[in-house]
Design a protein around this ligand. Structure first.
Ligand code: URA
Length: 448
């Protein structure tokens, strides 16, 4: 699109007054900002006006498109088959990418996966991958194409070439209180995913205490916005709303989660982890045209775990990325934190609630996440849960085990974990892990 010269003040005023901007006007703002022709203060005003008045579906798609075309869009058209990725809006203990990517690739669907680092209380796939000794996520575009061509799977970090406008806008949103806006979040996520060279996308939109969207209705609006943008760009997009009311699985922390994903690929995964993994993997297999339905895809996903083909794919991809496969074959032989201590329940009863956000913050305190952008994470730090919502505990019984290399944080971390659980003398219903599917035809209760 050839760029017209608009007046930034006029566009800010238009959005401030609740009017709709055209795709050209949004394109101008993003282009001019990323080429330093609009200063931070004007872009901040536009972001706040968008935050307060919202962006409709066309505006969100225009924003996504301008951020997408600020960088390169990887061309994987030489590679046979429909390329399908998955994105999660983030949570605590969310190691699903590590399990489903090799499952889906072993079923013949190419998975180009560009992941991020931990953000706030949530973990990130890149930090988890880097806890495997030798595993390299910083690769060139040529290498990216070479790896996916060879294995149907590549696991990489975001490069400077992918959606650079999002990087600048995200940094500005971070310091102008404009992060928590559904269209801005959706545009940010989709601009990066659409740059990967995908044909279709599965989204895991989390709700609950450990999610960015605590509220189910907000998560639903985010899911609808993400699906709308995907479809606008001609990519089949299916989203599921899944529970983040407690950490996923039992392990939280980078290497601890890699270990749990290895157990999962070996057929011993936690029930909640495997329920969502098989659904997302099955949907990806269906979108990749290797199954006639999601249900058939789920069956193929289960089989890939049972017959060991997903595990073999995982070993191959770890080796290709320079990782040490001995620790994948024998994870207990490798890496443990210097200080490992139990956390004991203070009362007897049933665990009725877990504050997954607070638990995520405990994992950051232990060293598994970052308090400042430039900090390194400690791959060995985190915690293992022994109990989850609905389980009964006795006073003095261990419900979690903390792992850290920083002895001085142990006391506050234990207190944080104790505060994060609610023990009562009543029973609770099992959590419903998946509530809805959102696709181009609308919102459907899950299971239907
Ligand atoms: N993740 C992103 O990539 N962008 C956002 O705006 C929020 C979460």
């Amino acid at each position: 699109m050839s760029e017209k010269n608009f007046n930034a003040v006029t566009l800010i005023r238009k959005k401030r007054d609740g009017k709709k901007l055209s795709a050209e006007e949004i394109e101008y703002l993003v282009r001019a900002y990323t080429t330093d022709r609009i200063p931070d203060y004007q872009m901040s005003a536009f972001l706040m006006a968008s935050f307060l008045n919202g962006l409709n579906r066309e505006e969100a798609a225009a924003l996504t498109g301008s951020m997408l075309t600020s960088g390169i869009v990887v061309d994987l058209s030489d590679l046979q088959g429909k390329k399908v990725d998955k994105h999660s809006t983030g949570g605590v203990g969310d190691k699903l990418s590590l399990i489903l990517a090799p499952i889906v690739a072993s079923c013949g669907v190419p998975v180009p996966m560009i992941s991020g680092r931990g953000l706030g209380h949530t973990g990130g796939t890149l930090d988890k991958l880097e806890s495997i000794p030798g595993f390299k996520v910083d690769i060139t575009l040529d290498r990216y194409k070479e790896i996916i061509g060879r294995h149907n799977l590549v696991l990489a970090g975001q490069t400077e070439e992918i959606a650079p406008a999002d990087k600048r806008l995200y940094a500005l949103r971070d310091v102008t209180a404009t992060v928590e806006s559904i269209p801005l979040i959706a545009g940010s996520i989709m601009s990066k995913k659409l740059a990967e060279g995908i044909d279709a996308l599965v989204l895991d939109v989390k709700f609950g205490s450990g999610a960015f969207m605590k509220d189910h209705a907000d998560a639903m609006t985010l899911a609808e916005t993400l699906v709308g943008i995907g479809e606008e760009f001609g990519k089949e997009t299916i989203a599921y709303l899944t529970s983040m009311e407690q950490p996923l699985g039992y392990a939280v922390g980078n290497w601890l989660e890699v270990k749990e994903s290895i157990e999962s690929l070996n057929g011993n995964g936690p029930e909640d982890v495997m329920e969502i993994t098989h659904l997302l993997a099955g949907t990806m297999i269906y979108l990749g045209n290797k199954a006639a339905s999601t249900e058939e895809g789920i069956e193929m996903s289960r089989k890939a775990v049972q017959d060991g083909s997903a595990m073999q794919k995982w070993i191959d991809i770890v080796e290709e990325h320079g990782g040490d496969t001995d620790v994948i074959i024998d994870p207990d032989s490798y890496r443990s934190a210097q200080f490992v201590e139990p956390v004991k329940a203070e009362a007897s009863g049933t665990i009725t609630e877990m504050d997954a956000f607070a638990m995520g913050m405990v994992s950051v305190e232990l060293g598994a996440g970052r308090k400042a952008k430039e900090e390194d994470v400690d791959p060995a730090a985190g915690f293992i849960l022994y109990k989850k919502i609905g389980d009964s505990v006795k006073a003095g019984e261990t419900f979690a085990e903390l792992h850290t290399n920083k002895k001085d944080v142990m006391k506050t971390a234990k207190e944080g974990m104790k505060r994060a659980i609610t023990i009562e003398n009543r029973n609770v219903k099992p959590l419903k892990m998946i509530t809805h599917r959102v696709d181009k035809d609308g919102i459907h209760e899950y299971p239907g």
